[in-house]
Design a protein around this ligand. Sequence first.
Ligand SMILES: Nc1ncnc2c1ncn2[C@@H]1O[C@H](COP(=O)(O)OP(=O)(O)OP(=O)(O)O)[C@@H](O)[C@H]1O
Length: 263
Amino acid sequence: MSLVVVSDLSVATSDGVPLVRALSFELAPGERLGLIGESGSGKSLTALALTGLLAPGLGASGSVVLDGREIIGTDERELVTLRGRVAAVVFQDPLSALDPLMRIGAQLAEPLRRHRGLRGAALKMAVSDALTEVSLPDPERMARSYPHEVSGGQRQRVAIALALACRPQLLIADEPTTALDVTVQAEVLDLLDRLVAERNMALLFISHDLAVVARMADQVIVMRRGEAVESGSLAALLKAPGHPYTAELVASARALDVALELS
Ligand SMILES: Nc1ncnc2c1ncn2[C@@H]1O[C@H](COP(=O)(O)OP(=O)(O)OP(=O)(O)O)[C@@H](O)[C@H]1O
C-alpha cells in the first residue's frame, strides 16, 4: 500500500492565484521521487502542503493522504502528532529548523522525550546515538554546542538528526544541500542516501539541479509554473525527455558534465 497518495493537489492564494496545480503522485516505503523545476515552480509549496505547513494566506485543495490519513483540512493539533512521526522535512537552511538559543542536545532531546517517552540516561544516550548516526564527531561536545558554534555542514547534519528523531516514514528533503559547498554537499547526500536506505523510508527529494536529483531519486516529476509537465523514471526521462523544458534541463546538465570532464 502507498504511504503517500497525493491526488489533484493545488495550492492557491486566498484571492485565488494558483501556485501549484493538480499535482498527483504516490510513494511507497523505500521509493524515492525527485521533484525538479526552476525557481518559483512550486516545489517548496508542494512540500509544505504535504506537511500542512503552508503560510497563512495560502490554501491547499485536493487530497494528501499520509499513512492512511488525510492532511488537507485536518486541524493543526492533529497535524502536530503526524509531523515528525509520519513525515519530516529537511530544509535548505538548517537554521530554519534550529533554535539559535538552545543547545543542540536539548533540541534533539525534545522530540525524543515527546514522541518516544525517553527520560534521564536513556534520553542522553538517544541524543548521543542520534548525533552519531548522522556521522557527527564528538557527540558530547556537539550536544553542548549552540547552532552558531558549528559549521554549516554540521548544522545540516543536526537538522537531519532532528528530522529523523521520531522515525518518520517519509522524509522530504527540500534543496538540503544547496547552501553547502560542493564537498560537504556530496557528504550530506551520501548520508541521506544511507539513512533513507537503512530505514526503508520514502523520500521526496526536491532540487533545481538534475544531477543532484539523479543521484538521489529514481522517479521524477518535472515542475514548471506550478504544474507537472512530465513524470516518470529518471532513466527514461534522461534518454528521451518528452517536454521541451525537460530537454533543456537534460541538455544543460550534460553540458555541465562535459565542461567538468574537460576542465
Ligand atoms: N506565502 C506566499 N504567498 C504568495 N505567493 C507565494 C507564497 N509562497 C510562495 N509563493 C509563490 O509561489 C511560487 C512557488 O514558490 P515555491 O517556493 O514553491 O517555488 P520553488 O519551486 O520551491 O522555488 P525555489 O527553488 O526558488 O525554492 C512562487 O512564485 C512564489 O513567489
